[in-house]
Design a protein around this ligand. Structure first.
Ligand code: ZN
Length: 114
């Protein structure tokens, strides 16, 4: 399962960060996930709970901020948010655009300690 390997990566990165900071427990992990990252948030939450067992992240909350798809439209010379992330057309001028600015993120934003 794709989400389980992502969850293991998050746990590894966060555990290392906790060790470096001299923290022995993390209560919450904040992530940013783009609509195009191919991650199912519920599956990731479930996998995270399993991956976190026996680590400083055990029982921590996974707080996911979903990032919409933003493309750059050369005609409008602007970054526009796609209303339909499957349809790569500028919502202002209807020109096809594939220059993705946001939407592929999978970032660890912050860690909280109790
Ligand atoms: Zn446009």
């Amino acid at each position: 399962m794709h989400e389980l390997s992502i969850a293991h990566n998050i746990v590894t990165i966060a555990s290392n960060a906790a060790a470096e900071a001299g923290v022995d427990r993390i209560s919450a992990v904040h992530l940013r996930i783009g609509a195009l990252a191919g991650v199912v948030a519920d599956a990731l939450r479930f996998s995270f709970a399993i991956a976190a067992e026996g680590t400083p992240l055990a029982g921590a909350d996974l707080i996911i901020e979903e990032v919409p798809v933003v493309v750059f439209c050369p005609d409008c010379n602007a970054e526009v948010t796609l209303t339909n992330p499957r349809l790569f057309r500028c919502p202002r001028c209807d020109r096809p655009c594939g220059q993705i600015v946001h939407g592929r993120e999978l970032e660890l934003v912050a860690l909280e300690t109790p």
